[in-house]
Ligand binder design. Structure first.
Ligand code: 5AD
Ligand code: SF4
Length: 490
């Protein structure tokens, strides 16, 4: 039996790619190992959004130098965004690498591995650069990688990511994604819906639709028929067995009324939107080329909240972008303070060669100052989280139970242990539970709250016993705690 190890960094798109890559390698006879030194094939699925994520991978590759010297037959591959961005440079910086495979070439991977084993020569498969050829040629060189799914490869079999769109055309000045993931292309509704139907047949209860600007999804069929994200969701809402439909990440300007109505009206639609604003200052937004003002973003938030009662909204912020003055930063603080986001994901600006901002502006905020701004913004967000969480005490919510919480994993109690799941608003809910709840949608009452978590109690229907036979089987097979593959390291 051949063994493969994979380490995944970055976003949900990468987690999905890793799941699919491992699925296809299993069909070639590979088995997954958690120990790189035990593996015949060591893979890194990489991210280029911030420099830190790339440095982590180069350090990990550096640590494998001795292992590759002792075991030269081990095949080492770098996949994803960094492979597409750095290409030959990957092997210059890390000569032990045998395979460089970009985001749009993952289908080739099993073949690239065979070629390395046959020829002992390094293999590079990358897509065309955005300016290297016509739009059509560049598009075809980035292939959406959506092979047959393998339920055993998902961290939890009842949840799945589904790609609806690849690439990005927004070209925000700080962002490397349009270069490394190529032009925005929507997958055909037939393919997406067939994939979701298959997932539901396999027992999947929650799908998360993925796209860099997922709400810009639009597919025009040969006969001119247009399908929007709201149409996809309406179709999925009819699938028996599917219980929740989520989507990430949305672009503020493309938040159309039909989508808000779909989120409001479709019972299975999660009442949750992730709509990154990036900054609370118009000057900064302009330099970022985000295509909206803070006022327009505020109006969009108001429209979402008016259309969907109780909707939870989260956002992303970049602190320390080129030329961000203290006054500009304060405007981001004000926006976080007033917006009551469900969460804010805050990032220190990292200049990326190959982006407009890298060429045009000076990265003039020190790292120390970026860190201060990051912490300050986070504190404001955390205060709001606590207020939001406390306001939900007493609510009754539907929680899709994922498994043991970290706390529950450490417990050895032969009885209830702490479990975790998510409400339709994406809030994390912890509660004392039992193994049979894993993968179930369960009604809970919120009884307490902290900064990061809601605490719930199961509102068990009368007569339902915690265990069928009096045995509390907390083994990894029943709780899925052993199944998480390629956890992100950033
Ligand atoms: N530096 C820091 N953060 C970035 N992001 C994208 N590019 C950069 C960069 N160069 C952040 C944005 C985006 C999230 C996925 O990553 O906030 O929404
Ligand atoms: Fe990057 Fe902007 Fe596209 Fe998001 S919308 S992936 S931040 S270019």
């Amino acid at each position: 039996m051949k063994r493969v190890f994979i380490e995944t960094v970055g976003c949900q798109m990468n987690i999905l790619d890793s799941e699919l890559v491992i699925g296809s390698l299993r069909r070639e006879g590979y088995e997954l190992t958690r120990e790189p030194t035990q593996a015949d094939l060591i893979l890194f699925n990489t991210c280029s959004v911030r420099e830190h994520a790339e440095e982590k991978i180069y350090s990990a590759l550096g640590r494998l130098n001795g292992h590759k010297r002792d075991f030269p037959d081990t095949v080492i591959g770098v996949l994803g965004c960094m492979a597409q961005k750095d290409q030959e440079l990957v092997r210059k910086r890390a000569p032990i690498v045998d395979i460089v495979c970009g985001t749009g070439q993952l289908r080739q991977l099993p073949q690239l591995v065979s070629e390395v084993l046959r020829t002992r020569e390094p293999q590079i498969a990358v897509s065309l650069g955005r300016k290297e050829a016509s739009r059509h040629e560049v598009e075809t060189s980035f292939e959406s990688y959506d092979p047959i799914r393998d339920p055993s490869m998902r961290p939890t079999p009842f949840q799945a990511f589904v790609r609806v769109q690849i690439g990005c055309d927004k070209f925000c000045t700080y962002c490397i994604v349009p270069s490394v993931r190529g032009p925005e292309q929507s997958r055909s509704p037939e393919h997406i819906l067939a994939e979701v139907r298959q997932l539901v047949l396999e027992g999947c209860k929650e799908v998360t639709l993925l796209g860099q600007t997922v709400n810009s999804y639009e597919y025009v069929s040969g006969d001119g028929r247009r399908t929007r994200l709201s149409d996809l969701m309406a179709a999925m809402n009819g699938y028996e067995g599917l219980e929740r439909i989520r989507f990430i990440t949305s672009f503020p300007k493309d938040m159309t009324p039909d989508l808000l109505e779909a989120v409001r009206d479709l019972p299975k639609a999660a009442k949750y939107l992730h709509v990154p604003v990036q900054s609370g200052c118009d000057d900064v937004l302009k330099r970022m080329k985000r295509l909206y003002t803070v006022g327009e973003y505020r109006d969009m938030l108001a429209r979402c909240r008016e259309a969907i009662p109780g909707v939870a909204i989260s956002s992303d912020f970049i602190v320390g972008f080129c030329g961000e003055s203290e006054a500009s930063f304060r405007k981001s603080c004000d926006l976080v303070a007033e917006s009551m986001f469900r969460n804010s994901y805050i990032f220190k600006y990292s200049t990326r060669p190959g982006t407009k901002a890298h060429d045009l502006f000076e990265d003039d905020i020190t790292d120390l100052e970026k860190r201060r701004r990051n912490n300050e913004l986070l504190e404001i967000q955390n205060d709001n989280c606590l207020i939001d969480h406390r306001s939900r005490i007493g609510d009754e919510v539907d929680v899709l139970v994922e498994g043991l919480s970290r706390y529950g994993e450490k417990s050895s109690d032969n009885g209830p242990r702490q479990m975790t799941g998510r409400a339709a608003t994406d809030h994390i809910v912890c509660f004392p539970g039992y193994p049979r709840l894993v993968g179930q949608m369960v009604k809970m009452k919120i009884v307490d709250a902290s900064h990061f978590t809601l605490f719930g109690e199961v509102m068990t229907a009368e007569g339902v016993a915690p265990t069928s036979d009096g045995i509390w089987d907390w083994s990894p097979a029943t709780t899925f705690t052993e199944r998480r593959i390629g956890l992100p390291v950033v």
